[in-house]
Design a protein around this ligand. Structure first.
Ligand SMILES: NC(=O)c1ccc[n+]([C@@H]2O[C@H](COP(=O)([O-])OP(=O)(O)OC[C@H]3O[C@@H](n4cnc5c(N)ncnc54)[C@H](OP(=O)(O)O)[C@@H]3O)[C@@H](O)[C@H]2O)c1
Length: 275
């Protein structure tokens, strides 16, 4: 395997969902590699505390932009804000996202659409708006520009009881892999990261205690390791699954008959079940 270590030193990386979980991990890992940061999420105090921590630890300059990405005008506002501050983003980590849990017909339709807006709509709009800058940065800083989109192992098959979440992550995986292909030869490192269940605020937000009973949960560090191992490769993979067991299960899901996979996942994800 040829190494082409990802080196964003002297560039700016934007992380959405930087107030919690993987987003905080990405902010630290990118700052450690010398990038300045743009931190985006709704909880401003958390972002500001993180900006101070990054400055003290790595000497990083962070720009805090509190924003609700479920708003339809959020990305246009963010892009205008970046332009007025003359910030060119060289690495984009589309990490903000959440899940809802339950039988689709019983879930709040407004919250389901909010999930599509954050997980799919904002990610697509932000990628489109920032991709030209990522490509320019890739030319100026070899191995220094990246597009990292957070998919999930939920992307590899439909997920009953998390129907919209599974579909949103299938979109992220498919979209990112297509962009991986379209940007070949540009020097931009493009990959979709697919974690399995992990210890963050994710299950709490989903209101799903069931998920926290998965025995093998990943840590934020595990997911950072998967991400940066992928980015450090000369040939960055279109997607990377975090965790060996998760990688095997994801592969099995794609190779097995769809109906059998649906029945298994449907049973495993059913409310009241403990794993
Ligand atoms: N943890 C897992 O088991 C797991 C597994 C696979 C994939 N993932 C994916 O990994 C990503 C990060 O999740 P996590 O596990 O780190 O969960 P988390 O701890 O709940 O963090 C989610 C982040 O998304 C932000 N966010 C949510 N809604 C937002 C909105 N409307 N506008 C702006 N930001 C918003 C949150 O910030 P605010 O609340 O401050 O806005 C928070 O910073 C998500 O895309 C998730 O789907 C997670």
């Amino acid at each position: 395997m040829v190494s082409a270590e990802f080196n964003p030193m002297g560039t700016t990386a934007l992380v959405t969902g930087a107030s919690s979980g993987f987003g905080v991990g990405y902010a630290h890992a990118l700052a450690e590699r010398g990038a300045d940061l743009v931190l985006v999420a709704r909880r401003q105090e958390r972002l500001e505390a993180l900006a101070v921590e990054l400055a003290e630890t790595y000497g990083t300059v962070s720009t805090v932009i509190p924003l609700d990405l479920s708003r339809t005008d959020a990305v246009a506002e963010l892009v205008a804000d970046l332009r007025s501050r003359e910030i060119t983003v060289g690495t984009l980590v589309n990490n903000a996202g959440f899940a809802t849990y339950g039988t689709f017909v019983d879930l709040d339709p407004a919250r389901e659409l909010e999930e599509v807006d954050v997980n799919v709509r904002a990610l697509t709009a932000l990628t489109h708006a920032l991709l030209p800058g990522l490509l320019t940065t890739a030319l100026k800083h070899p191995h220094g520009a990246a597009l990292v989109n957070l998919a999930s192992t939920a992307a590899f098959q439909p997920v009953p009881h998390m129907a919209v979440y599974g579909a949103s992550k299938a979109y992220v995986l498919s979209f990112t892999e297509a962009l991986w292909y379209e940007t070949r030869g540009t020097g931009l490192k493009v990959t979709a990261i697919c974690p399995g269940p992990a210890r963050t605020e994710f299950t709490e937000v989903a209101g799903n205690d069931e998920l926290s009973f998965y025995r093998r949960q990943l840590s934020v560090d595990d997911v950072m390791h998967t991400t940066f191992a992928a980015l450090d490769r000369a040939s960055v993979p279109p997607h990377a699954v975090s965790g060996t067991q998760n990688a095997v299960l994801a592969r099995l899901s794609t190779l097995s008959p769809r109906r059998a996979v649906l029945n298994t996942i449907g049973r495993l994800s059913a409310p009241g079940r403990r794993r």
